[in-house]
Design a protein around this ligand. Structure first.
Ligand SMILES: Cc1cc2nc3c(=O)[nH]c(=O)nc-3n(C[C@H](O)[C@H](O)[C@H](O)COP(=O)(O)OP(=O)(O)OC[C@H]3O[C@@H](n4cnc5c(N)ncnc54)[C@H](O)[C@@H]3O)c2cc1C
Length: 410
């Protein structure tokens, strides 16, 4: 009997774990090699959008996710000094989806939920402390070479090994784009912002030409996101003193007195906008941050990575279970996921970053007028929500992959 594995996944982040569960449920043999000694506990993405929740239902995850997450139908666009610009209501989409809301759930909780479900599948194997150092393409199969030199042959290799993906680098796939001069600072506090902003929704994008901010409620605390200017050193930006100063600056603009914010977490990170030139070569597929990176404004990074995982799973299932041509199927993943990354994820995250800090008064007013008008026009608001929740773009991309794969086996 051959030692060749059916599917190898590099990386047990949210994207690798989602791909593994999808394929394990389809009856395929899956092995995940995770570099770390356990699943990551890093506080990173925390927003699950509608189409991702619909896919999580197909994976049987929703009961656990709802138990641990926070259901958020309302979100606001605010002005730092002027207050609410517009409040948008995802429950308007209740006739179009079972999940007309955002679910706020940290990705470290999500990966643990998926692990619990994966444990039910004897055909799924999660190996810790085993980084994939490089990969080889042999057209009809792939090889993952682990950090200890072990060579693992497989029918399929999915690179879900994050931004510094060794799978991507093994093939010299270019990763063009930019790294922002600003870094992003994520702070978590148990301070109740609604004590000082009585009308605050659980997700609020707070625009300001000088210092924008995002406030996101999670089940345990508020997460605050701000930019750190190019002139400010990382070490200084993350000091408690500097964080207290910045958060109190927000309160001062509202005429509120000084507060000692109880901080339960903080991290600073570099923000990239990048898309790999290739997402697929023969039986090797990229998914998630290994293939594309974006700023977190809008919550599209993990969600679009999840949709990549779904596409990769559909491709492998079409080949292994229904006899589709492997190279053609892999190319469908490469073309569709790359297109949606450019046309939707990159375009919208760049626009969101610009909008948050727009300095041009007339452009800011025009955007605010557009947002206010949505509140009086239900159909226009629904169209806007289908865009911001990724509903339209994700449904179209998933349907396109499926119909192109179906054509290969017709
Ligand atoms: C501080 C921070 C905050 C963020 N906030 C948001 C947010 O609010 N909203 C949003 O949408 N996105 C956010 N993002 C982005 C989001 O977290 C990513 O898009 C998401 O984590 C991508 O998931 P992934 O599984 O592709 O990669 P990762 O989460 O990076 O997981 C990769 C996994 O692979 C493992 N690994 C790495 N290299 C190897 C290797 N060679 N071999 C084997 N295993 C390997 C890692 O240990 C890790 O477990 C944030 C990112 C950061 C850094």
């Amino acid at each position: 009997m051959s030692d060749r594995k059916q599917v190898v996944i590099a990386g047990a982040g949210p994207v690798g774990m989602a791909a593994a569960l999808k394929l394990a449920k389809a009856g395929l043999d899956v092995t995940i090699f995770e570099m770390g000694d356990d699943l990551s506990v890093d506080s990173k993405a925390s927003t699950f959008h509608i189409p991702t929740l619909e896919l999580c239902e197909e994976l049987g995850l929703m009961d656990d996710m709802l138990e641990q997450g926070l259901v958020v139908p309302l979100f606001q666009q605010r002005d730092r000094k002027g207050g609410v610009i517009a409040q948008l209501d995802l429950s308007l989409l209740k006739d179009e989806t079972k999940y007309p809301y955002r679910l706020q759930l940290e990705q470290s909780k999500f990966t643990r939920i998926v692990r619990k479900h994966l444990e039910q599948y004897p055909n799924a194997h999660l190996v810790y402390g085993s980084g994939v150092a490089s990969a080889e393409d042999h057209t009809d199969y792939a090889v993952a070479i682990l950090n200890d030199g072990t060579r693992v042959e497989c029918d399929w290799l999915i690179g879900c090994d994050g931004a510094n993906s060794m799978v991507r680098q093994s093939f010299g796939f270019e990763f063009p784009g930019e790294t922002f001069a600003e870094r992003f600072l994520v702070m978590s506090t148990t301070f109740e912002f609604r004590d000082v902003m009585k009308d605050l929704a659980e997700v609020a994008y707070i625009t300001d030409p000088d210092e924008w901010m995002v406030l996101l409620k999670t089940p345990d605390h508020w997460r605050c996101l701000m930019a750190v200017g190019p002139e400010e050193a990382d070490d200084y930006a993350v000091t408690d003193e500097r964080i207290q100063e910045r958060l109190n600056g927000v309160l001062a603009d509202l005429g509120h007195e000084h507060v000692d914010f109880p901080l339960v977490g903080k991290s600073i990170y570099r923000v990239n906008q990048r898309v790999a030139k290739n997402f697929a070569i023969n039986r090797i597929l990229l998914a998630g941050d290994s293939a594309h990176m974006n700023n977190p404004l809008g919550g599209f990074g993990m969600n679009s990575g999840f949709h990549d995982a779904w596409s990769a799973g559909d491709v492998i299932e079409a080949v292994e279970l229904r006899g589709a041509d492997a190279q053609k199927a892999a190319q469908i993943h490469g073309v569709v996921r790359s297109e949606v990354c450019h046309s939707y994820v990159q375009a919208n995250t760049k626009k969101n970053f610009k909008d948050m800090q727009e300095k041009d008064e007339s452009a800011r007013q025009a955007r605010n007028d557009m947002l206010r008008a949505l509140q009086d026009d239900v159909e226009a608001q629904k169209a806007y929500l289908r865009g911001t929740s990724m509903l339209t773009s994700a449904h179209e991309a998933i349907a396109r992959v499926r119909s192109e794969l179906a054509a290969l086996t017709a």
